[in-house]
Design a protein around this ligand. Structure first.
Ligand code: MV4
Length: 441
């Protein structure tokens, strides 16, 4: 087993990885920016090294500094967390070139899934349903044929985009060519790749994603799904597991995911994102990292996803098979952000008073504490409040109670927004879709 893992991240996810390491008897190295010197992940790690100045480019995205630190401290593996370098193919390659294990999938799969056209094509070829679309939009005849068949609205997406960046919805033919041109300019600027493609636009789908684990021996298991439809500007706010899917639908899509990932030889943890509309699944993209919302899957399956990532990276075979994975109870996660409740503008600053909720079925994944000064350099998510109960209704009641208990003073947070959402009729019915948050704008 690894003796020492370097955690190339900060905040709650750095703590999450640290905790898994502790339980596995693995030493930890924290890396940090100068402004994060008194951050909790630095305090909790066995060793810590400062990478550079506060801006992420100089610290958490500074590949040479991270590799040097890993070498200096004799770390034998690196966990990237989420965000930052977690889906950077070059980072994964360079780590392996230094004979250090990257705790994540093969760089080949990071690369494939990083290009949405390539990902969609590969998944489609291997039995995953996709949205009707057209990749070669330069061909005017093909474009016209596609539009005749599928009509408007359509959506233009950037091949190197994802997470909603560089998307455009088009409602009529007269706007299409100009919108494609504009999308290409935007994509070139944002991703240095002007490749765009089009798809039929689904107007009111749910965002449902399947969690998977795959070991290097060809074993693949699915761990149910998460409904992540409550989002604002492509930032998820609330996630829940399981979704309203009936068991037969879940089993079917999970089986397709397992098959496809076996064929492509995927390794590690991953998430396959779908749009779900009219009882049909449509592949959107695959995330080749641990996700923010992974705890709700852990609550309903009892599987420690980070420990599994580490064991898989160490070459071990999964100890459970699909029959061992039983979804039990219900879990909801509220992302607690330091932001203004109406404008959604980030609200960094000092937390003058802090008291977090507890009790049966309440989990708080956070790295903040009373007296902590939230820096303005990173994202505004300061913690995740997760509840778990036997039924969905009990899980919602527990969330309401836990949000009431949560005291965070000195900054603005979205705690009240969460109260409003989870007590809304639409949320309680479970029938919300990706347009839910538009009423709050
Ligand atoms: C779509 C779509 C409707 N139809 N594709 C948003 C994130 C990016 N991965 C793709 N996204 C969408 N793709 C088709 N063909 C609607 C969205 C979308 C969305 C998806 C999930 C959750 C929230 C969303 C908000 C706006 C748009």
């Amino acid at each position: 087993m690894f003796k020492k893992i370097l955690i190339a991240n900060r905040g709650e996810i750095a703590l999450r990885v640290l905790r898994a390491c502790r339980e596995l008897g693995i030493k930890t190295v924290a890396v940090h920016s100068d402004i994060d010197e008194s951050a909790m992940h630095v305090r909790m790690a066995d060793e810590s090294i400062c990478l550079g100045p506060a801006n992420a480019q100089s610290s958490y995205l500074n590949i040479p500094a991270i590799i040097t630190t890993a070498t200096m401290t004799n770390a034998d593996a690196i966990h990237p967390g989420y965000g930052f370098l977690s889906e950077n193919k070059r980072f994964a390659e360079i780590i392996e070139e230094h004979n250090i294990k990257f705790i994540g999938p093969k760089s080949k799969h990071i690369e494939i899934m990083g290009n949405k056209i390539v990902a969609k094509k590969l998944m489609s070829e291997n039995g995953i349903p996709t949205v009707p679309g057209l990749n070669d939009i330069e061909n005017e005849d093909a474009l016209n044929t596609f539009i005749e068949k599928l009509n408007f609205p359509i959506i233009i997406k950037a091949a190197s985009g994802g997470g909603g960046k560089g998307m455009r919805v088009v409602n009529k033919r007269s706007e299409l060519n100009n919108q494609i041109k504009a999308a290409k300019v935007e994509a070139k600027k944002a991703f240095n790749d002007d490749t765009v493609y089009i798809e039929k636009f689904l107007t009111s789908p749910k965002h449902i994603e399947i969690q998977i684990l795959a070991d290097i021996h060809g074993n693949v298991i699915t761990l149910g799904e998460r409904d992540c439809s409550i989002q604002r500007k492509h930032q998820k706010l609330i996630e829940e597991s399981p979704s309203i899917l009936e068991k037969s639908k879940r089993d079917k899509i999970c089986e397709l995911c397992t098959k496809a990932l076996k064929i492509i030889g995927y390794e590690g943890a991953g998430t396959i994102e779908f749009l779900y509309e009219g009882n049909n699944f449509y592949f959107m993209e695959m995330n080749t990292r641990l996700q923010v919302e992974h705890p709700i899957t852990e609550m309903v399956t009892g599987v420690d996803l980070v420990k599994e990532q580490i064991l898989i990276a160490n070459g071990e075979a999964l100890k459970m098979n699909q029959n061992d994975i039983e979804l039990k109870g219900h879990s909801i996660e509220c992302r607690i952000n330091a932001e203004h409740p109406e404008s959604f503008i980030p609200s960094p600053g000092m937390i003058s008073q802090y008291h977090q909720p507890g009790g049966l079925g309440v989990r708080v994944d956070s790295a903040v504490y009373q007296g902590y000064d939230i820096p303005s350099h990173y994202d505004s998510m300061i913690g995740k409040l997760i509840t778990f109960a036997e039924t969905r209704n009990e899980c919602i009641s527990k969330m309401k109670r836990a949000l009431e208990e949560y005291v965070i003073m000195g900054i603005n947070t979205n705690i009240q927004l969460h109260q409003n959402i989870i007590q809304s009729e639409e949320f309680i019915s479970g029938k919300y879709d990706i347009n839910y948050m538009s009423k709050f704008n």
